[in-house]
Structure formats: C-alpha cells, structure tokens
Design a protein around this ligand. Sequence first.
Ligand code: GTP
Ligand code: MG
Length: 307
Amino acid sequence: MAKAHRCGWVVLMGPPNAGKSTLTNALIGQKVSIVTSKPQTTRDRIVGICSNENSQIIFMDTPGLHHDRNQMRGPLGKQMLQAAWQSLSHAHAIMMVLDADLYIRRPEFLDRDIMALRSAFHEEERPVFVVVNKVDLFSDKSKMLPLLEKLSTELPKANIFPMSAVKKDGLIELKKLLLDAMPEAEAQFPKDQLSTAPTRFLCAEIIREKLFEHLRQEVPYTTAVDVEAWEEIPEKNQTIINAVIYVARAQHKAMVIGRAGATIKEIGTQARVDIRKLVGGKVHLELWVKIKENWLEEINTYRESDI
Ligand SMILES: Nc1nc2c(ncn2[C@@H]2O[C@H](COP(=O)(O)OP(=O)(O)OP(=O)(O)O)[C@@H](O)[C@H]2O)c(=O)[nH]1
Ligand SMILES: [Mg+2]
C-alpha cells in the first residue's frame, strides 16, 4: 500500500541568537532566512518549505523572544512578538531552539528562559521539541547533562533533542521525528517552492544581513531596507535592483557609508554575491542611504497573506 502523504507546519521559536534561522536553512537545505552573530536579526516570520515525494513540512522561522519585554517595545518589537506568537497558533508541532553553549557558560540564564518556556508550553497538546543547539562548541558532552536533566524535569512531555545546526549533526533524525508529528494531508505548496517570501523581500533581507555584519553596536538595529526598483533585462540576463537603506540618524548614515564609501561598497559587493545565487544571472545593485527618523514608527515590511 502506498504511504500516506504528510503535510504540516512547524514553528521555530526561542530566545534571540539560539540558531533558529541557521536551523531553518539547514532543514530546507537552502538559505531562506538570514543569519548573523548578533541577536534579534530576524524581524518577520520567514516560511521555508521542505518537500519530498511523500511529505511537505512548512517551517516558520520567527524573531527571537527577548526575556526582557522592554527590549521588544515599539512598533518593531510589537511586530516581532506578533510574528512569533501568530506563527505558533498555526503550527502542528513546536520547536523551541536553545543555545546549549550559553547555558553551560551561564547556567543562571537557563532558569530565566526555562520559566518562560514552562509557562508557555506546560499544557501544550501539540508535540514540543526542545532543540538543544550548538553542541559542536564543546567537546566534553557530559557538560550537557545537568542542562538536559533540568529540561526534562521542567518539560516532561517535550522531546529534548541535542544537535548542531551548523554542523548538521542530528538533522536527519530530527526531520524524521518532525515528519512523524505531521498530519496526513496533501501538499499545500508546489513541491519545488522553497519559501513563500517574495524574491524582493529576500533580497532586502540579504542586504540587511550584510548591514548587521558590517555595523557595530546599535547601528544595525536602527536600519531597514526597502527594494524600490527591480528590473529584469532577459536579453542581457541581468537584474537591476535599487535598494534604500533607511537609517534613523545622520550619524548612522555616515557609518553605513564609511570612509570614502568603503563600508557601503563592501556591503553592496557581498550582498550582490548572495543575490546572484538567489536570482541567477548578472546583478546590478544600487544602494542608497536615506535618513528617516521615524522609520521605526512606519514599519511596513512584507506581510504574508497566505496563512
Ligand atoms: N557553533 C555553532 N554556532 C551556531 C549554531 N547554530 C547557529 N549558530 C550561530 O549562532 C548565531 C546566531 O544564529 P541565527 O541562526 O541567526 O540565530 P537566531 O536564533 O535565528 O537569531 P535571531 O534571529 O536573532 O533571534 C550565528 O552566528 C550562527 O552562526 C550551531 O549549531 N553551532
Ligand atoms: Mg533568526
């Protein structure tokens, strides 16, 4: 008898910088969500789709939930919280991603984060997977035992899963467990579709990733990117893209541009390499920096209408 087709939604949630976007990309096998070493990189729900002949799992990567609610104030903070909690309501299974290395170095942070987890998920009926990520960062795996014990005591119904998203250790096993948790259903998206995000949005995200990588302290948090113009010239196999980097202050504009334009040039060069992989063919990328003091109040980023 033919195997029933499974299809369902999985949400990735957790504290900032735990590796949710890295894990999303690893599960999809392609980069759909940007990754940086700075916390609070992801600002929206990012949907990545993993299909094969008998199944389709739709992953929702979400913004990290900061333990300090004050860090998630204002329209941007509100939007980030909303993206995370709304995604949770659509999920058939929940994946909490935690940074194992952080809790081994700073055990007191686990109590803080586990309290939030317990209150959110102790009566959860859906399958909960607690991914204990970044285990590649320490060779003595016994260091993990107190952490695993505490998690299984506090979250007795959860499936605790140590792994490394960067090294892809444990990935196949995790996918199998997730698949078993998916309902029998037909595919909801074409099997070759990797994300529901429009290419223009993914392009703006790539530029934002490079801003996070090149700018220090609070500056990347005060920037937003908007792709204003997009022109495809098939006869030249070229895409011309104009994007605006919004900053909140004149001082930040100078930092984004850098001395003699060096920083923005580097951001543009690196972004173009990744955008080429996304769109194929030649890419001509023009970046502009504009000051818009209240861009944070006027957030109008891409919103998904499919769920
Ligand atoms: N060593 C190691 N580093 C990892 C692993 N997974 C993620 N990282 C690193 O952790 C940092 C944060 O990764 P992200 O995937 O952006 O984390 P996130 O949870 O999506 O973060 P926010 O979007 O800011 O909430 C990056 O520097 C990653 O390279 C892992 O398994 N091992
Ligand atoms: Mg992220």
